[in-house]
Each structure stands twice: as structure tokens, then as C-alpha cells.
Write a protein that binds this ligand. Sequence first.
Ligand code: ADP
Ligand code: MG
Length: 767
Amino acid sequence: MPTAKLGDPRTIILPDELAGKLPLAPGTEFRVELDAVGRLLLTPIRPQEPPSRETPAESIRRKNLSTGIQSVKGVGPKLAEAFQRLGVTTVEHALYLLPHRYEDRRELRNVGALRHGRTEVFEGVVLSATTSTTKGGRKNYEVMVGDETGSVILKWFHFNAAWMKKSWQVGRRGIFTGEVSQFGHHREIHHPEVEWLSAEDDIQAVMARDPATYGRIVPVYPLTEGLHQKTMRQVMKQVVDTFAGDLESAIGRDILARHHMLPLSQAVTEAHFPTPDTDITRLNSGTTPSHHTLVFDEFFYLELGLAMKRRGFTMEEGIAFEVTHKYTKPLLKMLPFSLTHAQRRVLSEIKEEMMVPYPMHRLVQGDVGSGKTMVALMAALVAVENGYQVAIMAPTEILAEQHYLNIHGWCDSLGIRVVLLTASLKGKEREGLLEEVSSGGAQIVIGTHAVIQERVEFHSLGLGIVDEQHRFGVLQRNVLKKKGANPDILVMTATPIPRTLAMTVFGDLSLSVIDELPPGRTPIKTRVFSESRRQQVYAMIRDEARQGRQAYIVCPLVEESEKSELKAATAMAEELQTDIFPEFRIGLLHGRLKPEEKEAVMASFKSGEIHILVATTVIEVGIDVPNATVMAIEHAERFGLSQLHQLRGRVGRGSHASHCLLVASDRLSDDGVKRLRVMEATTDGFRIAEADLEIRGPGDFLGTRQAGLPEFRVASILRDGRILEEARREAFTLVERDPELRLPEHRRMKEEMVARWGGRLELAGVA
Ligand code: ADP
Ligand code: MG
């Protein structure tokens, strides 16, 4: 656009009273220009980055904290190596390596008063020591220890016999620590800790000699080979005594005060070595004021990073789409159903964001079968109406094909050109399609993540739709962005992500939830069967098949080897065909088949030629056969609950009642059974996701590494959801006031944030 300048460009300074209303820092300078039609243009001028103003005291503290762990007294090269395996190379790292639990050793107990289920500390004398053999032929080492009030058995299941014999001599006196269990009339402690006392040792002297280990609430640390609990404690005591005082929070005082935070040095000190009056239960649940302080600290920098990332996105220029209804209206007329309330709401959230001139980054979350594809198609049509191309990326070839099949019929009727790019596409055909994409002739392009990322040049990409199912990748989104001039991005996921997790992992995305299923779905009945009741499972499948319905039998993913997975599925299909279901046709679907083969198998299942489909987990994604009413899942215990939920979403798509039969090992533990029973109890994906998260932890759940987030040292997303929300509110407010954290009082905060994120912010061009 030609710019008519008004004399020389002038500079104005943003007054303080306006700064609060604009997403800019007070004191920001602007260049003022007039454009061709006489509008006033204000362009913020970025001042030179002020030189670092680290004070001398700060500098000393920083240097102290970066002291190498090997400089701590008693830490030699071997120990330093062990520490390194725990991620500790400096004393600062050590300060943040917190105990994972605590033991109450404030007082010694009499042996007669040891309590079942508690970790107790007591003094005693060795009364006997022997190797015993169990019925199963395993060897145990057994010691009886006592005092004048009673006796207790100490037991080892793994031990070095010679070493044990030498140290556990009858008459020897020691201080013992361990968790007490009651077996009938006697009490046992397995793998206790011991500190030997010499004949002349007086208890008080021993306790004074090792204040990290006795006479207090004692920290228990995560360990690694070559690093023993006792050594760890002694090193930690020194580190904390010497260096904790150098910790000083960079978070603003007003924020710290609002959330009743302890000084960082105190919080760290007390998290390692709690004061004697601390409540041991709160310590072990991580809910003391010192834990609270450390958790807030951690979440705050996480959210500060996310807030700046989000800011980075919204500062970028994007496409302002217009909603013309050219294609969307006709499509709605053609559909044999009307959109659900939830679909319409989410769609209008998407459209609204597509209309503003910033790039959209939105996550659409909806349970299996909630109709995400239709929402995605409608959004795609808005982009096409505006003359832009749309990329739809799926995690697997099968799913990409499925999207293509679902969409291209509608698009053909609307006169929109859709192409499917697959990895197997070769030669002229491939060249032809790629040419169509780069010339803009192909309006909607469907393919796997890999295919679209690697090979494709777009003419004018306006919207990227990423179907993540339950795998997420921040990187993928960013690669897609670069395929166009800041296209809008829509990420679709079927995994109901618990709210706290969504905030953490997708803090830089806006969120839309399709929380309603289309009407007329029949709920799926789920039952857990043990291996030995397999015949009942077959009977139910036979029953359905006789009534003309179809079934899936899913074999688990054997992670160590794709080959053995294949073998298991193949063997199963053969056995079912010859021995169990000779009267029905069995098909086999697995990841090693060529795309044409997969398609052929799917087509014959869809047409009803195949009655029972044996499949590996490739079917978890997006296969749609309404006549399939039973799904049996083999080795159900090997799957995550959310994955089971995804899988069973393949049935219950028609008007007939559907069943999901989970076949689990006979040897499954009570906990394992309890876990599977969650599937019987609910079809609510959110509840299942919460249960999954509780069992597996967030890292496993999402593959946090892939999501590109800093790892938590103290915080737990499950336990600390409320603190996360508080930290988020503070961080986002701060970034609204000072978008680039330029104010001098925010300098250390920004430095700390960048350090914690360790390069991972670059993706968004923030740091
Ligand atoms: P998701 O991808 O969320 O698992 P799909 O988009 O594949 O779900 O939709 C599942 C099925 O429901 C498809 O056959 C689709 O045509 C159908 N469907 C989508 N929206 C509706 C609706 N509003 N009413 C009825 N059926 C719908
Ligand atoms: Mg889908």
C-alpha cells in the first residue's frame, strides 16, 4: 500500500493511562503516518533492548548456584556421575531434586510398639540370622531383632549371602528403619535400613553425628545406581545448608504476596528438611506451604511462557476470512441430518476466529463419533469460499483415506476439487497431483502428516486441519504454518483432555469442545471377561453374526516388535476361521498391509462380505461401519483406558445395541481389574481420561516430551490444578500489561522463564 507521509514521521509516546487498555507497555514509542486514504497509522517502535542490569548481589548468587555438584564435600567423580544420571550437575539442580516422600524419625520406638503400615525407627539387637527357603524354592534372608519390649523379623528377598552373614551377627546393636507389616501374630520389615552402633555408642551421640538421618522428619529421595539414600541425604544436607540461601524468586513481590508464598530459600530448605512441627501427612501429599510455593513457582513460569507464545501468535498477521455461505449453506441442505447444538456452537466459535486478521490456533475436542469431521469440513468450506486451499492431515494412511471417502462425495456435489496424497503414490500420478496442489487447482488436500509436511507446495494455504486423534505435536503445527502465509490452524482431537491438562499443554491454543453426540446413538455395553471365559465371548460374537451383524476382534499392539504383533493377529485369524467360526468369513487388517490391500479389506468389511474382522490397533482411527455391533479386545489390560475408549467407538454407530468385550489375562491384579471396570462403568470420555491420567501420569498420557513443554520438578497436574489456574491468571495478566516483559522489574522473570523453557519457546518466535 502506498504510504503518504505527513512531513517527517513523528514519534509519540504511549501515555500511562492508555497503556492499561492496550496490549502494549507504558512508554512504548510509535511512528505516526498517514496512509493513502488518510487514515492515521500508528506503528510501535521497538526500543533497543536495555543492557542487562544484573546487580552485583544477583551475580554472586547466580555464580554460587551454578557451582558444580562435584565441588560439594564428599562428592567424588563416581558420585558426580550418579548425580548426573538424575539430571543434577549443579547445586541448583540438586536444590530442586526434591524428596518423593518423607519418613517420621522424630523419635525412636520400642520394638513392642511398632505400628503396622508405618515406617518406624527403632533400636535393637540381632537375636538370630538365617537363610530360609520358600516353598517355591526362592531364598530369603531372615533376621530377628528385639529389645526388652518385643521382637520383629527383618527380611530380604535379594541379597548377597556372604555379605549378609558378615554384617548380621547375633548380638550386634543397631538403629533400624523400615515399613512394618503384620502377618498373623508376627511383624515383618522388608529390606530395612540399618545404622550399626558400637558397644560404647550412645544413641544421642549417633543421632547428633548424622542429623540428616535421625531425630527428624527424614527426606527420601529418588535414587540411581551407586547413590545410596544415606549418602544422598548427607550431600543434600550440605547443599541445602550452603546454597539454599542464594535462591531468590524473580516473581514480582505483589504476586508472591497475593498467593502467600514463602521466600524461595525457605521453601526449598523446608521441602528437603522439614521443621520438626511439620504435618507428615501434608508433607507426603505435597501440600505444605513450601510445596505450594514451589508448585506455584513452577506453574508460573510455564504459564508465562505459554502466555508469551499465545501473544506471539496473535501479534502475527493472519487471514481475515469472510463468511459468504457459498458452499456451507448448500452443504447443510444436502446433509441427511442437522448439526447438533454443540457442532453449531463450535462452528461459530471457529468462524468468528477465522474472520479476525490473526492466525487461528484452535483445538477442537470431541468424543469419538461426536461429528468432528463435519465441523472440519464446514470450516474448510469457509476457507475455500475465500479462494484459499485447505490441508487436512491425519496420523495414518487409513485415516487419511477415510477422511477422503467421507468428504469427497459432498465436495464433488459442490464442485470442489479434493485430492488424496498418499506415500505410495508414484510417478506421473504423483507429479500430477502435486502440480494441482501447487497451482491451486486442488482446493482441499488430504494426506498423512508426513506426506503433507515433506512433499507439498501449496499455492495459497489458508487453513490447516490437523487430525491428531490422541497424539499431539507442537512441531507439526509449526511446520504446517510455514506452508502458507500464516494459515489458520485447527487441531482435532478425540481424546477428552482433562481441563487442567488442556490448559497446560495447549495453553497457547483456544479450545472448543463438542460435548454432545448426534441423536440416535445406542450406548455401548462393555463387559470385562477373563481369558478362561473366552468361550462366552465367542458365543456373543456368534450370536450377533447370526443376526447378520458384524464384529471386530482387536489384537493388542506388541510394542517390542511389529512382527510378533503381526504374527499374533495372523495366527488368531487363522484359528478363528478354521476352529471357531468356520461358518463365517474372517478378514485380517494390520499396519503392514499395503494401502490398496487395507482398502480392499475395509471395503469388503463395509459391504458385509467379511463378517468378522481381526485387526491390530490400526482400526482405532476413524473406521465407520454402522452394522458392526460387537468388538472384542484381546489383552485389554495392555491398553490405556483412553485407547480402549477410542477403539470401542468403532461400534455403537448404528441403531442396534452394541457390545464391547474386554478380554483380560486370568492373572490380572486386583488393581488391573479395577482399572478395566472403569470401562464398564462409564462411556463418558472425560471420566475415562481422568482415570487414565491418575493411573498413568501425564507424561505417559500425552507424550509430554513431544508436546515440547518444560518438565515439572515438583508440580503435579492432577494434584495442583487449582494452583495451576492461579498461576495462569497471574501470568496472563502480566503479559497483557507488559507483552514483551521489557519493564526493568520484569527482567529477571523473563530470564528465568527463558531458562526454564530452555529453547522451547523459539517455535513461537518469542524468546
Ligand atoms: P468423529 O470424527 O468426531 O469421531 P465423525 O465426524 O466421524 O465423528 O462422525 C461420526 C458419524 O456421525 C459420521 O457417520 C457422520 O456422518 C455422523 N454425523 C456427524 N454429525 C452428525 C449429526 N449432527 N447428526 C447425525 N449424524 C452425524
Ligand atoms: Mg473422526
